[in-house]
Design a protein around this ligand. Structure first.
Ligand code: ATP
Ligand code: MG
Length: 356
């Protein structure tokens, strides 16, 4: 197959981890006889430096004409003094909006070899393999009205949690689809004992569920879900939830692994290109040193293979290779305190290629 991939290295360690990604994609292309074509674009701070705009038109065009987008990271201290509207992060928000990315996926996988870095006990986290599907374009973040009114002690601040049936349907359907792909179960998280929007959410889940008679699903209140994630995370497979609940739960879930440099994400639209990126930031403290952990980005590539290209065998081979290098004891600096055993970004990438 031939696939065009927009590569947006961005700032900080972004270019270093993206180079790891293209190296590995080339290897997979050779192994499975695919042609991956890379088209590079600027986003974030580097785009501000070159053009004054964190999301140049040209970058947007490149992304829209691609089959998938891979992003390194954006931002850094150099641009922190700019006014909010001109920050690197605005470029990413703009891109998400322009591409209509309404479904955010954050898988949480525990690698046995790294189980020690989890703050939770071994027996609690062993075998955890879940994904949080967060609605990204609705809910409290965008609902109107959002305003201040009144004065003094009577002053009010208003946010609005609003969801249409249509918005709920499309994200819930994604949740069921992913449960189907993974051969797993779905947990829908809401606050239906309090919120009207959650009662509609629950109704829609029950309706959409009829289209997926083979998927077993359940409802869970968000406060309970927050508790269950640390009490017994293994009970979850796919979790689908609205924007703010998903924001909070996905950060909670990512911390149970204890390894920020390992976690990927995907943001998907109805039928346009999806965006794949590590959940870590630009890590300005280690940028340019060649020591960044590339595995979160390589896992994001595995998600791209699965969700953008339906290349599940290729994705499985890559995920297995990542697991193998960890099992063999290979570590970047963020994963170990043993300085003698530390690999550079390039060395770690080469180990993954060997394992492939
Ligand atoms: P952002 O605001 O962009 O999310 P942040 O300041 O919250 O950024 P990161 O940039 O992710 O967080 O960095 C947090 C810490 O984790 C830093 O010390 C950084 O060096 C480390 N870190 C993040 N990603 C990696 C990686 N891939 N490899 C090694 N260390 C990393
Ligand atoms: Mg951060």
């Amino acid at each position: 197959m031939k696939k065009r991939i927009a590569i947006l290295p961005g700032d900080g360690i972004g270019p270093e981890v993206c180079e790891a990604a293209t190296t590995v994609l080339n290897e997979i292309g050779t192994m499975f006889q695919h042609q991956f074509e890379f088209v590079y674009g600027d986003l974030g701070g580097i785009a501000i430096d070159k053009t004054g705009n964190p999301l140049p038109k040209e970058t947007l065009t490149i992304c829209k004409n691609s089959d998938a987008v891979l992003l390194g990271a954006v931002g850094g201290p150099k641009w922190d003094t700019l006014p909010g509207e001109q920050r690197p992060e605005k470029g990413l928000l703009g891109l998400r909006k322009e591409l209509g990315l309404f479904a955010n996926l954050r898988p949480v996988t525990i690698y046995d070899a790294l189980a020690d870095s989890s703050p939770l006990k071994d027996e609690v986290i062993q075998g955890v393999d879940l994904v949080i599907v967060r609605e990204l374009t609705g809910g409290l973040y965008f609902g109107e009205p959002r305003e201040r009114r009144g004065e003094g002690k009577e002053e009010l601040a208003v946010d609005t949690l609003v969801y249409s049936r249509k918005e709920i349907e499309r994200i819930v359907r994604k949740g069921f689809e992913f449960a189907e792909i993974r051969g797993g179960t779905l947990t829908s998280v809401d606050k239906a004992n309090v919120l009207e929007s959650s009662r509609l959410w629950r109704e829609v889940v029950d309706e959409v569920a009829k289209e997926y008679p083979n998927i077993s699903y359940s409802h869970m209140l968000v406060d309970n879900a927050a508790m269950q994630l640390v009490r017994n995370p293994r009970q979850f497979d796919v979790i689908v939830t609205e924007n703010m609940f998903g924001d909070i739960l996905s950060d909670e879930a990512s911390m149970i692994t204890g390894s920020l440099g390992m976690l990927p994400s995907a943001s998907l639209s109805e039928d346009g290109p999806g965006l794949f990126e590590p959940i870590h930031g630009s890590a300005p403290d280690i940028a340019g040193k060649g020591i960044a952990n590339p595995l979160a980005t390589l896992s994001s590539v595995a998600m791209m293979l699965t969700y953008a290209f339906s290349m599940t065998e290729e994705a499985d081979v890559l995920s297995a290779a990542i697991n193998d290098v960890l099992e063999a004891g290979h570590r970047t600096a963020d994963l170990t305190s043993d300085e003698r055993a530390v690999l550079s970004t390039t060395e770690m990438t080469n180990q993954v290629i060997q394992a492939l």
